[in-house]
Design a protein around this ligand. Structure first.
Ligand code: ZN
Length: 343
């Protein structure tokens, strides 16, 4: 990199968007661009142009083959980002906000997307990890694994060899990131607290396991009534939303409700778990993990707390094996993704 040049991290993002409730189930998939050189306050402010719409992905015909869908996706993103390919090598010279001329090298640094789209972007099978070479059967796998490398490493692998490092590979379907210098598309896959921790680890897994466990101890109906009763007696508090009397019957929770429930559930359920210290320890570890990951910055000490919480989850997760249909904790990418928060 030439002296005096600045790397400008490009942050890409894409998500399914429903343009209007009147348009039925039609969806659009816009692609946005932001840059990592902006301050956090500016990037979070809705008043700034911190996100720029750079393209809309085309729709695939009805019932496309997975190959067609992925090929169309990668070709489209490659076309949208073509203008960044050459500057990622040689850079751009332009006038900046400080009134001076600077030489900047834009590099793709992050791609914000949900898990199914992460699989499409990194070309791994659904259920596999987009960041490291772990086989779904070895999940949750909280020990560190070799991270996926630059796509060039996989370019020359045969389909069979690619499957050995748990990568889905199609002939004639290059990854759009192959053409971008300095981009490791696997490291660009970021954590997602709402879907991985609040909805995944907390609601879909731990909450369901604990409810099933309490139903086993106290009986089907009585177990649910006891849980509802415990949550209904939580006094009103300004920063906690009021939890209804029939919590266990609520089908869908909002993001704010997930966050509030995480704060109160160890205290609410503690009396019901008396005599089951390891189950309670698991709840505490899950709660610690979710709350510590919400910190805006971390130190060596907070990362150690996070590691301790992960160790607590790892050592007690086997208690809930009876509540998994497969009687195994493998093939849960959301639980495996906890490791990413410490890396
Ligand atoms: Zn992984």
């Amino acid at each position: 990199m030439p002296d005096g040049s600045t790397v400008v991290p490009a942050i890409l993002g894409s998500d399914k968007l429903m343009p209007s409730t009147l348009s039925g189930d039609k969806t659009d998939r816009p692609v946005y661009l932001s840059i990592g050189s902006l301050s956090k306050a500016k990037r979070q402010s809705v008043k700034t142009n911190r996100l720029i719409l750079i393209g809309l992905l085309p729709k695939c015909p009805n019932r496309p083959k997975t190959h067609t869908k992925r090929f169309a996706y990668h070709e489209s993103i490659a076309a949208i980002l073509r203008a960044l390919e050459e500057p990622a090598n040689s850079g751009l010279t332009g006038l900046c906000a400080d009134g001076r001329t600077h030489h900047a090298i834009p590099r793709i640094a992050s791609f914000l997307a949900d898990y199914p789209e992460q699989c499409t972007i990194t070309m791994v099978k659904n259920g596999w990890c987009p960041r490291c070479e772990i086989c779904p059967d070895d999940m949750p796998g909280f020990a560190r694994r070799p991270r996926r490398c630059h796509p060039q490493r996989y370019l020359h692998l045969s389909t069979t060899a690619a499957e050995e490092v748990v990568l889905w590979k199609f002939a004639n379907c290059p990854n759009f990131a192959d053409a971008h210098a300095g981009c490791n598309i696997y490291s660009c896959m970021n954590v997602d607290r709402l879907h991985q921790l609040l909805k995944g680890l907390f609601k879909d897994h731990t909450w369901e396991w604990i409810v099933s466990f309490l139903k086993d101890i106290y009986g089907q109906e009585k177990g649910l009534d006891l849980i509802d009763e415990r949550f209904s007696i939580i006094p009103r508090f300004s920063i906690i939303c009021q939890i209804g009397a029939k919590l266990t019957r609520v089908k869908q929770w909002t993001g704010a409700e997930y966050k509030d429930l995480v704060k109160v559930w160890p205290a609410a359920l503690a009396p019901l778990l008396e005599g089951h210290p390891d189950h309670f320890k698991f709840i505490i570890s899950v709660t610690d993990f979710i709350l510590i990951t919400s910190y805006h910055s971390h130190t060596e000490t907070t990362l150690k707390y996070l590691q301790d919480a992960l160790s607590g989850i790892s050592s007690n997760i086997h208690l809930f094996l009876p509540y998994r249909k497969s009687h195994s904790m493998s093939k849960i990418p959301k639980i495996h993704s906890l490791l990413r928060y410490i890396e």
